[in-house]
Design a protein around this ligand. Structure first.
Ligand code: NAP
Length: 300
């Protein structure tokens, strides 16, 4: 019987494990893939206090070792179901675990465009985080794909750094807030490429261009860009918990800054929770908040 069972070994889950272990709670972390979550793909973390320039891999490994050294057990098994009851039951294909509390810190995945070469060009021209990687494209020509708030904010951010920014969106109406779109339209170095899909990535070792196809005319053209920032939304990894906790229409777990769900003893932390700012620091912060709430629940 575990006191605190944490699902997900990203920054939220591992931070929760640190807090849980320091409160001397028996703690298990279950992770479906590898530890670290999305941050492991970031070559250079520039916006985390006190650790400028650390790689995502080094950050994640240090965090993982910190949690393990404090006594967290970590197992690499995918959780397929959580059942509520006097104790919580957590099921994986290999085992069934019992715990007094559960923290769901499964994170979210960036939605992919699904074009050939996208995965292998991550870190070589393709990025999912303008604030993390924008600096690498100073005075270069870049493109952003998407039409939501993230895409428009990314394009605005990049317009300050890059020589030119193309914003490629599959419709001519934006999901992003009108005020943001107006700001973007005022930028002289931003060109909107609307009703267009990214149909091909042009590359050798690194990205050299993107082929876009006009949805109305079928015409294709290649934009010569050094970077493509994909901002077509995220997919929260809450599918296996939909029976247990409330999710919003996009699949994010409904919980406030206190990380409490409607189920006593079940908490959510990190990018799979409804929130405005999905960053490393807010994921870690959620981990601390959720673990503190779980500790309080156990001690009551
Ligand atoms: P989003 O609002 O879901 O927008 C995703 C965009 O990507 C949409 O324009 C969508 O096109 C497009 N898209 C989706 N799948 C695509 C595909 N396969 N190929 C091409 N385009 C695709 O995602 P988000 O911008 O990341 O925002 C997520 C949430 O965070 C939203 O609620 C947003 O308002 C919020 N947010 C808020 C702020 C802020 O308030 N400052 C900043 C960032 C994010 P369609 O429009 O055609 O569906």
């Amino acid at each position: 019987m575990y006191d605190i069972l944490i699902i997900g070994a990203g920054p939220a889950g591992l931070t929760a494990a640190i807090y849980a272990c320091r409160a001397e709670k028996r703690t298990l972390v279950l992770e479906a893939k590898t530890y670290g979550g999305q941050i492991i793909n970031t070559p250079d973390i520039a916006n985390y206090p006190v650790a400028p320039g650390i790689s995502g891999f080094d950050f994640a490994t240090t965090l993982y070792n910190q949690a393990k050294d404090l006594g967290a057990e970590v197992k690499f098994e995918k959780v397929t179901e959580v059942r509520d009851g006097d104790v919580k039951t957590v099921v994986t294909p290999k085992n069934t675990y019992e715990a007094k509390t559960v923290i769901v810190a499964t994170g979210a995945e960036n939605r992919k465009l699904g074009v050939e070469g996208e995965d292998k060009l991550i870190g070589r021209g393709v990025s999912y985080c303008a604030t993390c990687d924008g600096n690498f494209f100073r005075k270069k020509v870049v493109a952003v794909a998407g039409g939501g708030n993230t895409a428009v904010e990314d394009a605005l951010y990049l317009a300050d750094l890059a020589e030119k920014v193309y914003l490629i969106h599959r419709r001519d109406a934006f999901r992003a807030d009108a005020a943001l779109v107006s700001k973007l339209k005022e930028r002289e170095n931003v060109e909107l490429v609307l009703n267009a899909n990214v149909t091909k990535l042009v590359y050798e070792q690194r990205l050299q261009g993107v082929e876009v196809t006009d949805k109305l005319t079928g015409e294709t053209k290649v934009l010569d860009v050094a970077g493509l920032f994909v901002a077509v939304g995220q997919v929260p990894e809450n599918q296996n918990f939909a029976q247990l906790i409330d999710l919003d229409e996009s699949g994010y777990a409904i919980a406030g800054e206190d990380c409490l769900t409607k189920v006593p003893g079940i908490f959510v932390a990190g990018d799979n929770r409804v929130k405005d700012v999905r960053q490393l620091i807010t994921a870690a912060s959620d981990g601390a908040v959720a673990a503190t709430a779980a500790i309080k629940y156990l001690n009551e």
